[in-house]
Design a protein around this ligand. Structure first.
Ligand SMILES: Cc1cc2nc3c(=O)[nH]c(=O)nc-3n(C[C@H](O)[C@H](O)[C@H](O)COP(=O)(O)OP(=O)(O)OC[C@H]3O[C@@H](n4cnc5c(N)ncnc54)[C@H](O)[C@@H]3O)c2cc1C
Length: 609
C-alpha cells in the first residue's frame, strides 16, 4: 500500500494487484503498530507522506509510550489496533487515492525484455505492462503452514499461497531462501477470567503517531498481563517432539527475538514461567491475541497448554496458532534503492527482503514506491543513510549483510539513535518529502512553523533567568548564583519539562501553549552535549560514505584483500568505503587496502599495483 501510494503521490499511474482487496492490510499476527524501534519507522513513514500513522491513529484502541524512564533516543510509541477497522481504513484510503487502481488477481510471472522489467502476468493469463514493478508478497510465496504434523499450503491461514511467482523470480536468476515465522492461537475473551490478570491501561492524553491525524476521544480498551505456570512448562516440554520446530518438520530459521512458546521453554529451561499479554483484537469483537504464546504444536496440545496459563483455565480457542515457512529473496540482491541487481525496474519490498513486521514492510514499501517513480523519470534514487533515518539503517543492514533470519528493527541497530528520535523525524525527512512531492505544501509549512516555535523556545529557555531563591530545594544546587537560566534547570537530573511548566505559567510565559515546541526544545537543551558529540560522529561517518565505489570496480584485481572480504564485496557490491567497512568479516586492514586501490582507480591509474 505504501509503495503504490508513494508512486501515485509522485504523479505515477499505479496499479496494485492483490489477491483480495478486502484483505489489504489485514494484520497477519499481532494487532498492534509501533513499539521500540518500530514506532520510529512509523513516524518516518509519516514524515515522508505515508499512510500508516494515519491508519493506526484513526483505528487504534489503545495508545501508550514506552521507555519513558530512559533517554529520548529510545522513547517509542505503541498502539493496539482494531484489526478489522485498520484494514478497512486502508482499503478505503487506497481505493479512493488519485492515480491508484486496485486490481484483483494472483501474479504468477514477471515479464522482461532486454534486461528491463516490462510487466507481470496473472495466473488467469492477464498481462499488465509497466515500466517498474514492485513485489511485496509477504509470507505468501510458497507459503506452507505447520500445525503439529499437519501441513497446509497457504499464504496465511485461510488464504492461498502464491506458488508460481518464486519460480519466475528464480528464472530471473534470483537466489531464493526460506524463512519461518509463527503466530499464537486466538482466544474467546468471554471465556477468560480477567480478575486473575493484571490490567494495563492506555495513556492519556493519547500519544498519536501523526500530527495530521484528527483528534479522537474514545474509551481506550485495556490489555491484560498474565503468566504461564509450571504446568504449562511441563505440557509444552513433554510435547517438544510433536512441534515441527523440533521434529524436523520445519527447516528454516524463525525470528530469534520472537520465539515460539516451545522454543522459549527449550532455550530458557531454567525459567519457570513466561509473561503473556492478552491483547484485544478490536471493538465489537471478543477475540483476544495472547502475545507471547506463538506455537506450532498440534491443536489439542495448544488447548491443553494454554488452559494452564493463569486466568485462561476455561479458555476457548477460536483459531489455532501456527508456524509458516515462505520464500524470500536474500537482500544482497537489491541495491539501496531496493531495485533488483538482476533486472532493471524490478523492486522488492517488505517480508520478501527477509524482514518481519508491518512497520519494516511499510517503510520499505514507501522507499520502493519513491524509487520506482524516480527510476521511471530517469532520476537518481532516493537513499537515506544510517545517520538520517531508521529506514536508512534498515536498508543498509539488509543490503550489506543480507539476512538468514527474519530482520526486525530495534533501537540498538541504530548507532546514531540520539539523532534519530521519534520527535525529530520531520526535521530529518520533510525537506526530502517536499522535494519529492510526497507531502502537501500546507503540511510542510505547518511543520516549518513548529521548527520556528521550537527555536524560539530554545532561545527563551537560554535567556530567561529566574531567582534561585524561588526554587526551594532545587535552588540549593546553585550555591554561587542568585539567578539561573531555564536551560540550566532543564539539565538538572530529575528536573523535567513538567517541573518547568508551573514556573513558566508563573512567568506568564508566552510559550506555555505550544507543548510540542516546548518538548522538542527541552530535549534539544537537555541532551545538547550528547547530540553535539553524536553530530561529530555523524560527520566522520558521512566522510567515509562520500568515498563512493564505482560499479565497474573489480575487487578480484585488488591484491592484499583477505578472501573473506573479497567474497563479501563481490556479493554485496558496497556503494561506498563506509558501507564496505560495515560488512561482516571485513577488517580495517581490508578497508585501508581498498582505499588505496580505489584512489588509484579514480585517478585513472588503474587498479593494479
Ligand atoms: C503467521 C504470521 C506471523 C507473523 N508474526 C509477526 C510478528 O510476530 N511480528 C511481526 O512484526 N510481524 C509478524 N508477521 C509478519 C507481518 O505480517 C509481515 O511482516 C508484514 O505483514 C509483511 O508485510 P508485507 O507487505 O511484506 O506482506 P503482507 O502483509 O503479507 O502482504 C502481502 C500481500 O500480497 C498479496 N500477495 C502475495 N502474493 C501475491 C501474488 N502472487 N499476487 C497477488 N497478490 C499477492 C497478499 O494477498 C497480501 O495482501 C507475521 C506474519 C505471519 C503470516
Amino acid at each position: 500500500m505504501e509503495a503504490v501510494l508513494a508512486a501515485a503521490r509522485m504523479g505515477k499511474k499505479a496499479a496494485l494487484i492483490t489477491m483480495e482487496t478486502s484483505k489489504l492490510a489485514l494484520m497477519s499476527c499481532n494487532p498492534a503498530v509501533g513499539g521500540i524501534g518500530k514506532s520510529q519507522l512509523v513516524k518516518e513513514v509519516d514524515a515522508l507522506g505515508g499512510m500508516m500513522a494515519l491508519a493506526i491513529d484513526a483505528t487504534g484502541i489503545q495508545f501508550r509510550r514506552l521507555n519513558l524512564s530512559r533517554g529520548p533516543a529510545v522513547w517509542s510509541t505503541r498502539a493496539q489496533a482494531d484489526r478489522r477497522a485498520y484494514s478497512q481504513f486502508v482499503v478505503d484510503y487506497v481505493v479512493s487515492s488519485r492515480n491508484v487502481e486496485v486490481i484483483e488477481g494472483l501474479v504468477a510471472d514477471i515479464q522482461q525484455a532486454g534486461g528491463n522489467v516490462t510487466g507481470v502476468t496473472t495466473e488467469d493469463g492477464r498481462r499488465f505492462y509497466a515500466k517498474a514493478v514492485i513485489i511485496t508478497t509477504g509470507t505468501f510465496l510458497g507459503g506452507l503452514i505447520h500445525i503439529g504434523e499437519q501441513k497446509i499450503e497457504a499464504g496465511r491461514l485461510g488464504e492461498p499461497a502464491a506458488n508460481s511467482l518464486s519460480k519466475s523470480l528464480a528464472q530471473l536468476g534470483l537466489e531464493i531462501g526460506r524463512l519461518k515465522t509463527g503466530t499464537p492461537p486466538r482466544l474467546n475473551g468471554d471465556t477468560i477470567d480477567w480478575s486473575k490478570c493484571q490490567i494495563q491501561c492506555g495513556e492519556e492524553p493519547m500519544p498519536f503517531f501523526s500530527p495530521n491525524s484528527p483528534l479522537r476521544t474514545f474509551h481506550q480498551i485495556p490489555c491484560h498481563l498474565t503468566n504461564t505456570t509450571e504446568r504449562t512448562k511441563e505440557i509444552v516440554s513433554a510435547n517438544f517432539g510433536k512441534s515441527p520446530i523440533f521434529s524436523g518438520g520445519i527447516k528454516s530459521t524463525g525470528p530469534r527475538y520472537c520465539p515460539s512458546i516451545e522454543a522459549k521453554f527449550h532455550r530458557f529451561s531454567d525459567k519457570p514461567s513466561h509473561q503473556i499479554f492478552l491483547e484485544p483484537e478490536g471493538n465489537g469483537t471478543n477475540e483476544i491475541y495472547p502475545n507471547g504464546f506463538s506455537t506450532a504444536l498440534p491443536e489439542e496440545i495448544q488447548g491443553d497448554a494454554i488452559r494452564t496459563v493463569t486466568g485462561l483455565e476455561e479458555v476457548e480457542i477460536t483459531q489455532p496458532g501456527y508456524a509458516i515457512e515462505y520464500d524470500y529473496c536474500p537482500a544482497h540482491q537489491v541495491d539501496r534503492s531496493l531495485e533488483c541487481r538482476q533486472l532493471a525496474g524490478l523492486f522488492l519490498a517488505g517480508q520478501i527482503n527477509g524482514t518481519s513486521g508491518y512497520e519494516e514492510a511499510a517503510a520499505q514499501g514507501l522507499m520502493a514506491g519513491v524509487n520506482a517513480s524516480l527510476y521511471i523519470d530517469d532520476e537518481p534514487p532516493f537513499i537515506l543513510d544510517r545517520s538520517e533515518a531508521y529506514i536508512g539503517v534498515m536498508i543498509d543492514d539488509l543490503t550489506t549483510r543480507s539476512t538468514t533470519e527474519p530482520y526486525r528493527m530495534f533501537t540498538s541497530r541504530a548507532e546514531y539513535r540520539l539523532a534519530l528520535r521519534e520527535d525529530n523525524s520531520r526535521d530529518r525527512l520533510m525537506d526530502h518529502a517536499m522535494r519529492l512531492g510526497l507531502v502537501e505544501r500546507t503540511e510542510y509549512e505547518q511543520f516549518r512553523s513548529l521548527q520556528v516555535a521550537t527555536e524560539s523556545a530554545i532561545m527563551h529557555f537560554r535567556k530567561t533567568r529566574i531567582p534561585v531563591d524561588d526554587l526551594g530545594e532545587l535552588g540549593k544546587r546553585f550555591k554561587k548564583q542568585s539567578r539561573v537560566s531555564l536551560a540550566r534547570l532543564l539539565k538538572q537530573p530529575g528536573f523535567n519539562l513538567p517541573d518547568l511548566l508551573p514556573l513558566l505559567s508563573e512567568l506568564g510565559d508566552q510559550f506555555t501553549e505550544d507543548r510540542e515546541a516546548l518538548e522538542r526544545a527541552a530535549i534539544t537543551i537537555r541532551y545538547e552535549g550528547y547530540i553535539d558529540k553524536q553530530q561529530r560522529e555523524i560527520d566522520r561517518f558521512k566522510k567515509l560514505e562520500t568515498e563512493t565505489i564505482p560499479d565497474d570496480f573489480t575487487y578480484e584485481r585488488v591484491p592484499g584483500l583477505k578472501t573473506e572480504a573479497r567474497e563479501k564485496f563481490v556479493r554485496f557490491r558496497p556503494d561506498s568505503l563506509g558501507q564496505a567497512g560495515r560488512m561482516e568479516g571485513v577488517t580495517p586492514g581490508d578497508i585501508a587496502v581498498l582505499a588505496v586501490y580505489l584512489k588509484r582507480h579514480k585517478s585513472g591509474r588503474g587498479q593494479q599495483a
